[in-house]
Design a protein around this ligand. Sequence first.
Ligand code: ADP
Ligand code: MG
Length: 319
Amino acid sequence: DELVSQIAAGEVVERPASVVRELVDNALDAGARAVVVRLAAGGVRSIVVEDDGCGIPVEELPLALKRHATSKIGSLGELEAVRTMGFRGEALAAIASVSEMAITSRTADAGHGWRVDARSGELQPAARAAGTTIEVQELFFSTPARRKFLKSEATELAHAVEAVRRHALARPDVGFAVWHEGRVVAQWRAAGIEQRLADVLGREFIAASRTLEVAAGPLMLAGRAGQPEAARNRTDLQYLFVNGRYVRDRLVSHAVRAAYEDQLHGSKQPAYALFLQIEPELVDVNVHPTKIEVRFRDGRAVHQAVQRAVVQTLAATRA
Ligand code: ADP
Ligand code: MG
């Protein structure tokens, strides 16, 4: 089972940023209003994620570390219409199999918190306000081959911050902070979406982009699309969220690129943050272990809606 977990870990955990993404997903699923991420050595030595969410009851603490033990999906029917960030129940088990992990958690109605060490399974009382802290130390310590693939500390840190930035864009109502070696490297206070977009993507992006909002049948598209200069020196200012989840999607990026070519006639780098809301039954998020890809039931409708909306936005920006 250790081996199975390590193989699963290979699919879910590529680098510190993947751990950060999974742990923040869990914090958000737990209803956190504030999430703090603390990293050491780019996250390779240590990743700590603290939240003020619902906590884990002590009797469920050992279960949280078991593969496919998820509290979020009760039936196959629910898998068809996932509303939480997590649902596969493999992240914690996978991460624990390639690190030293400990969970400290307290529910609102408990007298105190509990800490469980993943390796020994040992439980002990711990002081903590309601919420959960997950500590992940020495990532890939037992799998040196994987550890060798990690990049420099600065690169791993940048990826980890980017993972939190994506969550911050998806959830403006939640406060986020990232610390590295005892210093704040990113901080976003709870805000409205426009303010959060400005805080995360910068004033230049806001100045050179326009709000977009359209409804087309079962889908709603909102966000901002900008002139290429909105991206400034970033070639990767392209964010797509489907039902609050950051994803990469060829279909949507193709639709956006087609709109840019139509309006700007050239190989211009699109700059956008798009939030697509669609009936959960019309999109499959269980395509990839890291949930970074989705499959739309009606891809053609999505492509058309996105292309049209972006064409209109670009045309309006230039007018
Ligand atoms: P999944 O998110 O797919 O359910 P995970 O392995 O990520 O699976 O987490 C396992 C379980 O641990 C979750 O279903 C949840 O019950 C619990 N859990 C993990 N992190 C937290 C957290 N920060 N707050 C509350 N519960 C959590
Ligand atoms: Mg999860």
